[in-house]
Design a protein around this ligand. Structure first.
Ligand SMILES: Cc1cc2nc3c(=O)[nH]c(=O)nc-3n(C[C@H](O)[C@H](O)[C@H](O)COP(=O)(O)O)c2cc1C
Length: 195
């Protein structure tokens, strides 16, 4: 039996890690805001398995609000050293606090301190007087809080693929291999596409 594109994606994620591809763990997550405007940003891919792609975000982030209102999203992966682009559409499902804690505990302390500082009057994306005020506020608000205790606003999100498009570039002859797989009634259906 041939591999599904999801199986290929999982294997190629491993190849990207083995090749120390700098972008291996990074993806671009696109959502739609309440006005219909597309929004895209870099996120860490914490895990990529047959279940999907695991992400971590704060409930204070715009992305969380956008995904709560509309869980349909797209993630783009670009691994230059492998000449591979994946565009994956699917839906986001919130995971249990245990999953969030397991991932959050692996993040660098500085990232965790920022998360600990979020809340009333210090919300990601809000205006603030200066960058110095950011460090001051993080230091003040995270003081006395343990970086071992995951704040409840930190959430793990499972992005479940419904459509996967793989583009393997071939710079020498431009015979790019473009394929798309769509999940229909639990089965992946794959087509070769004009690149
Ligand atoms: C390398 C890199 C990794 C990032 N990883 C995450 C992440 O895993 N989760 C996250 O919420 N934001 C992450 N960010 C920050 C987002 O790109 C974004 O700036 C921030 O979360 C605000 O996005 P939002 O307002 O759309 O929610 C990362 C940024 C960079 C540059």
């Amino acid at each position: 039996m041939s591999l599904s594109l999801l199986d290929e994606l999982i294997l190629e994620f491993q190849s990207a890690k083995d090749a120390s591809e700098p972008n291996a763990f990074l993806g671009s997550l696109a959502t739609c805001d309440s006005s219909g405007q597309a929004r895209v940003r870099t996120v860490v891919i914490h895990e990529l398995t047959a279940k999907g792609l695991l992400l971590v975000a704060s409930e204070f982030h715009q992305k969380w609000r956008q995904l709560s209102a509309n869980p349909k999203a797209e993630i783009m992966l670009w691994w230059p050293s492998l000449g591979l682009q994946y565009r994956i559409t699917g839906k986001c499902i919130s995971q249990s606090p245990d999953v969030a804690s397991a991932r959050w505990s692996q993040l660098p302390p500085s990232v965790r301190r920022l998360d600990l500082a979020y809340g009333d009057g210090f919300i990601p994306g809000q205006a603030i007087e200066s960058i110095e005020k950011v460090s001051e506020t993080v230091a003040e608000r995270s003081e006395g809080k343990s970086i071992e205790t995951t704040p409840s606003h930190v959430r793990a999100i499972l992005f479940e693929p419904e459509e996967i498009e793989r583009l393997k570039t071939s710079p020498s002859d431009r015979q790019h291999d473009r394929r798309r797989a769509t999940l229909i009634d639990g089965q992946w259906h794959c087509q070769q596409l004009v690149p």
